[in-house]
Design a protein around this ligand. Structure first.
Ligand SMILES: Nc1ncnc2c1ncn2[C@@H]1O[C@H](COP(=O)(O)OP(=O)(O)OP(=O)(O)O)[C@@H](O)[C@H]1O
Ligand SMILES: CC(=O)N[C@H]1[C@@H]2OC[C@@H](O2)[C@@H](O)[C@@H]1O[C@H](C)C(=O)O
Length: 400
């Protein structure tokens, strides 16, 4: 089977930065083979992170800044790709495509009341700029295709989870803990029609924002759960947080900074009153863990479905306090991280988007309707090439 080099780029809702991964890839769907060759991570400087946060809220976003940031991020993403090529000692001619998730700044799967307020989602980091800076074909803007077919536009990684983790022996929950938590449920010996997926709720987003506030911006996350370990979980605050209406909405459902961003953290800080700051960190971390465990019980382990294994990835898997809480809430499950299966928790989503982009270029479906709630399968992604060389490399290849 013909092998190619491709690059996956992930810039997630945590707004922590961009992960870039160079993969060798071949095949399609359950025959897909993907190996990581090299990777590079770029942390957003504080000012950029703050600007992006502003763009994620209708109260602080400006049209002018969104317009510029789309171009700016496209260029930055291109520079990261070029750095990765230097690191891996590869030329642009060696690489068939880049597949970029883009930076979500707004995600509104429910839409609004006005006639024109239909569901929408916006990922920025322009694909033409990315292609022009790198000389490589760029694929991206996946979520709108799923929404066009009536889906939530997320979670999309469930398609790749099915390829990587389906098992004849065990029912599995593949849990990502990024800014938001999302799960893919793969029942034992199930088909692609049995895949279920939804956002469980806050992952690290609320923890990160609380830490940013209490440290006056000196820290932006609770490294190794240090603050959470120093505090106590406050049951009263925890119970109030567990009343959040998102947690009982039936899947398919997705969420983001619109519900669990800075405006929500204002309310948490208010609810916490004069609690010591470490207790607030412990409590919101315990809350994230509970929302994950509770949603399995509420939505997955129903109708005779069971759950044997939980496989955790994303940055939250590096927070030992959060992991401890998850394990305590799931005493009868085997809880692993992606590393147990030879996959980096950090790079998994970037690899997943490399797989989605490769399918787009092959004209293959790359989405799971049962996971996103779409009416029908679609090929997600748009393709940009600004120079003939990039165009020729992709179109002289018939990836069938
Ligand atoms: N050593 C660590 N200790 C505690 N938390 C950590 C550690 N490393 C990473 N994290 C957490 O992981 C977050 C980043 O996670 P990740 O990169 O998976 O998110 P993302 O891809 O931006 O989000 P999403 O999957 O929601 O789009 C950081 O903001 C931080 O909260
Ligand atoms: C709109 C958006 O960017 N959603 C992200 C976010 O981060 C985690 C969770 O919420 C998930 O639904 C999704 O990302 C992953 C990559 C997904 O689509 O599978």
């Amino acid at each position: 089977m013909e092998k190619h080099l491709g690059i996956g780029l992930m810039s997630g809702t945590s707004l922590d930065g961009i992960d870039a991964v160079l993969v060798e890839i071949s095949g399609k769907y359950t025959e897909t083979k993907v190996n990581v060759i090299d990777s590079l991570s770029f942390s957003f400087p504080k000012e950029l992170r703050e600007e992006l946060k502003e763009l994620c809220s209708p109260l602080t976003a400006s049209l002018e800044n969104i317009c510029s940031m789309n171009m700016y991020l496209g260029k930055e993403m291109g520079k990261i790709v070029n750095d990765l090529l230097v690191k891996a000692n590869k030329q642009k001619e060696d690489v068939l495509y880049i597949s970029s998730h883009g930076q979500t700044i707004y995600h509104n799967p429910a839409g609004g009341k006005r006639l024109t307020a239909v569901p929408g989602t916006l990922q920025i980091g322009d694909l033409s700029v990315l292609s022009e800076v790198t000389g490589i074909t760029a694929v991206g803007d996946f979520r709108t295709a799923d929404m066009a077919a009536g889906g939530q536009g997320a979670p999309l990684v469930s398609f790749v989870d099915y390829i990587l983790f389906k098992s004849e022996k065990y029912s599995r929950a593949i849990q990502n803990i990024g800014g938001i938590g999302n799960v893919t449920y793969l029942p034992k010996d199930g088909t692609d029609k049995d895949v279920q997926s939804f956002d469980t709720g806050p992952g690290n987003m609320v923890i990160d924002e609380v830490v940013t506030r209490i440290s006056n911006g000196k820290e932006n996350y609770d490294k190794d759960g240090k603050l959470a370990f120093q505090g106590n979980i406050n049951t009263k605050l925890l119970n109030k947080l567990l009343d959040h209406p998102y947690l009982v909405i039936e899947p398919p459902k997705t969420t983001g900074r619109e519900l669990f961003g800075a405006d929500f953290v204002d309310k948490v800080i208010h609810m916490a009153g004069d609690l010591p700051s470490e207790d607030i960190v412990s409590t919101v971390t315990a809350w994230s863990a509970r929302t994950i465990a509770d949603s399995y019980q509420r939505f997955l382990e129903v109708d005779g479905n069971n759950l044997d294994e939980v496989i955790i990835g994303g940055g939250g898997s590096y927070n030992p306090f959060l992991m401890k809480q998850i394990k305590e809430n799931l005493p009868e499950k085997n809880v692993y991280t992606h590393e147990h299966f030879g996959i980096s928790s950090d790079l998994k989503e970037a690899v997943a988007f490399a797989v989605l982009g490769y399918h787009c270029l092959q004209g293959q479906y790359n989405q799971s309707p049962s996971a996103t709630g779409a009416k029908n399968p679609v090929i997600m992604g748009k393709v940009a090439y600004t120079q003939p060389g990039a165009y020729k490399r992709v179109f002289s290849w018939r990836g069938n």
